[in-house]
Every structure is written in structure tokens, then in C-alpha cells.
Design a protein around this ligand. Sequence first.
Ligand code: ADE
Length: 246
Amino acid sequence: MRLDVVTIFPEYLEPLNVSLVGKARARGQLDVRIHDLRDWTHDKHNTVDDTPYGGGPGMVMKPEPWGEALDAVVESGEGLPTIVVPTPSGRPFTQELAVELSEKPWLVFTPARYEGIDRRVIEEYAERCDVREVSIGDYVLAGGEAPVLVMVEAIARLLPGVLGNAESHRDDSFAPGAMADLLEGPVYTKPPEWRGRGIPDVLLSGHHGKIARWRRDEAFRRTTGNRPDLIERADPAAFDKKDREM
Ligand code: ADE
């Protein structure tokens, strides 16, 4: 997969050299290209923002540098990319969207600072490419770079061969399957006793059926406590009699 990021803070994307994403790049599974938006400015101050029409606080990112930058990036590859615009006004970033984006050959991210990018840029590219305005949650960050890191990590771990154990995403919270509507429950490792605390006996029982039941009960308990909205929203058929007795 190819990933381009156009930003005024290229150094903000340095974590993409580390850990899972860094290794995927080193192995050639991900081709990440970071671009400095200011390379497409032509004045001595490398201006990327201006005051908003209609007044109001803050600044708006000018269309010209974004237009030139996106033309250069889009024309540098084969076919057309999917453009992901991080914005608190976008559609929610979910595991489902991460899966969908992980199946695209080429993504271009356009993290903005200030009050966002002049609307005409989005309209212009939406005529040529698949453009997605995406929010990572109901809070406002100072810019879209941190959301890009979040989205790239969620997407990269879904690419074939990137996670060591392909089964590792099977039980993820929000993964499709039998536990689709439940959050992941607690996990334990050695030692069997730590600061006087043991681990649930069932996990030592070797009884796969009982372990599966226990995991489901714990997942159900966590979901009811932390995210009751997930239970309310789910298809009632997703829960069995034992769940309801919890
Ligand atoms: N930019 C600022 N806040 C954001 C958010 N919550 N999601 C995506 N992009 C953003």
C-alpha cells in the first residue's frame, strides 16, 4: 500500500518510522511518503493560511498550496488515490472504515491546522477522486496530524503480513465475528501470582469450552459497564440466554 501525507509539520509524522508501521515500511509492505505543504508556496513567508471570509476567529488554509501539492502527489502515481481528510466534522473513523481503507492501494492524507482547508479544495478533488472526510472522535485537536497517526496505525495492522499472528485481529474489540458487538475482556500472563493476585482458575483449566464462555461473559460485563450503547445498538440475536442472565 502507498500512503502520502501532506502536512506543514513533517516531523510530526516521525512515529511512522517506529514499531509496527516502521517495520512494515522497512519490509516494503508500506510505501510512506511525507510532503511539506510549504514546498508548494511561492511567497517569502511560505504562507499557508489566511483570514476567513465572513469573519470569525482563526485562520483558514489557502487553496493554492493544497491544490498544487495534491496535483503533484496525485499525478505522481498510477490510478487515483483515496484522499482522507481528517476533520472533526467528518464521518466517524471506525474499525469498519479501517478495514475498508486497508483494502485500497493508495491513500493520501491531508491533515490541516487552523480552522481547516478552504472548502473548494475538497470539492475540486471530490470530482476526481474518492474523498473521505473523517473524524477520529468527538473532540477537537489542534490539527489533523495525530488523527493521521491513529488512522495509519489502525489501517497498517490490517494489511496482510503486517501483524505477526494473523489471528491477532480475530478477537479485537469491534472485529466481525461471534463477539462482534462486544469489547475485548481482560487478559493475563505469567507469573500465576503477582502481589498476591492470582488469575481466574478457569484460564488454567484447559477446558476450551469453559474458557470461551468465561471470555464471552467478561466481554459482556465490560461492554455493559463501559459502552452500554454498543449493547443497545446491537442485534438482540447476537446475544444468547446466558449473556442475558449476566
Ligand atoms: N482535526 C482536529 N480534530 C480532529 C478529530 N477529532 N478528528 C480528525 N481530525 C481532526
